[in-house]
Design a protein around this ligand. Structure first.
Ligand code: IPM
Ligand code: MG
Length: 385
């Protein structure tokens, strides 16, 4: 296969983890005989410095013409002035919106080798295998904002408006429902319907779509505060979770602790299937941020970015065997004890970003032979995402 990938390294540790992700992509290309053409472009703070805009037109153009987008991270203290007119995060929110990437899949499947890095007891982590489907282009992130002097002259008033339409809720519910059907058939919808009007529309819409289109699913509704607790109390009960933008942002950082480190979690942000395409268009990025405190020191965990490449292969290109070979290479690498400090057990030897990346790439070729034969079999615990 020939495919064009837009790579947007961004800021902080973004360039380091994207470099390892591209090493993994090249290993897959050579093991399976594909031709991946990678074009790099600026986003976030790096783009502000070079062009004044966090999302330059050339970046958007490259992404639109590509088959998939791979992103590192954006942001950092350099651009953090609360009074600044442009912020790196506008680049990330802008690209999600411009490319119509409304469904953000964030799988959490803890690797046993990282159990010691998790603050939870190992018995709580056994059998955890969940996916959060986070709505990504609506809600309070994209509502009207304002800030100005308070009418009474005392201080200021700031506003962020949260809006959801039936159609926005329906389409993300359909992505989550279809995913749950391919997995264990359980869907948990998370909202704050006891307080928020948007959540009441959310709950009614999810209930209707599931009843009409996915009657086989077992549907559960949880309030977001209770869900935050249940994610730690009974994480193995969850299969697919669907929730709105900000709740999904917060809950996935929490859920990352089930996996031991936020550095190992990938994500896929998917839009509609473009005319003539076989798969949903997507942007793939680790869920961690730019981690400016450790940037440039070879400490960042590249696993989240590498597993995002696996999601890219699966979701954007339909290359299931390749995705599994890469995931198996990551599993093996972690199993062998090779991991960065964030994931290592206290006192254990830690490897550098590049060492982990090289170890994964070296294992891809071996797995390309083993995995291709079992690519159509579903995995034991649930469908890979
Ligand atoms: C994420 C990040 C972003 C978000 C930030 C960087 C804007 O936290 O992808 O989870 O809030 O969506
Ligand atoms: Mg976040």
């Amino acid at each position: 296969m020939r495919a064009v990938i837009a790579a947007l390294p961004g800021d902080g540790v973004g360039p380091e983890v994207v470099a390892e992700a591209l090493t993994a992509l090249r290993a897959v290309a050579s093991a399976f005989g594909h031709d991946f053409i990678v074009g790099e472009a600026l986003i976030g703070g790096a783009a502000i410095d070079a062009t004044g805009s966090p999302l330059p037109a050339e970046t958007l153009g490259l992404c639109r013409s590509a088959d998939a987008v791979l992103l590192g991270a954006v942001g950092g203290p350099k651009w953090d002035d609360p009074g600044a007119r442009v912020r790196p995060e506008q680049g990330l929110l802008g690209i999600r919106k411009e490319l119509g990437l409304f469904a953000n899949l964030r799988p959490v499947r803890p690797h046993p080798a990282l159990a010691a890095a998790s603050p939870l007891r190992p018995e709580r982590l056994a059998d955890v295998d969940l996916v959060v489907v986070r709505e990504l282009t609506g809600g309070i992130y994209f509502g009207a904002k304002s800030r100005g002097p308070a009418p009474d002259g005392r201080g200021e008033v700031a506003t962020d408006v949260c809006t959801y339409s039936t159609q926005e809720i329906e389409r993300v519910t359909r992505v989550a429902g279809a995913l749950a059907l391919r997995r264990r058939g359980r869907l948990t919808s998370i909202d704050k319907a006891n307080v928020l009007e948007t959540s009441r529309l959310w709950r009614q819409t999810v209930t209707r779509v599931v009843r009409e289109e996915f009657p086989q699913l077992e549907l559960e509704h949880l309030l977001v505060d209770a869900a935050a607790m249940h994610l730690l109390r009974r994480p193995a009960d969850f299969d697919v979770i669907v929730t709105e933008n900000m709740f999904g942002d917060i809950l996935t950082d929490e859920a990352s602790m089930l996996a031991g480190s936020i550095g190992v979690l990938p994500s896929a942000s998917l839009g509609d299937v473009r005319p003539g395409a076989a798969h949903r268009f997507g942007l793939f990025e680790p869920i961690h941020g730019s981690a400016p405190d450790i940037a440039g020191r070879g400490l960042a965990n590249p696993v989240g970015a590498i597993l995002s490449v696996a999601m890219l292969l699966r979701h954007a290109l339909g290359l299931e065997a390749e995705a599994r070979a890469l995931e198996a290479a990551v599993d093996d690498t972690l199993q062998s004890g090779l991991m960065t400090a964030d994931a290592a057990a206290p006192g254990a030897r830690a490897s550098s970003t590049a060492e982990v990346g090289a170890a994964v790439a070296a294992r891809v070729a071996a797995h390309s032979v083993l995995v291709i034969h079992s690519a159509t079999a579903t995995c034991g615990k649930g469908e890979y995402v």
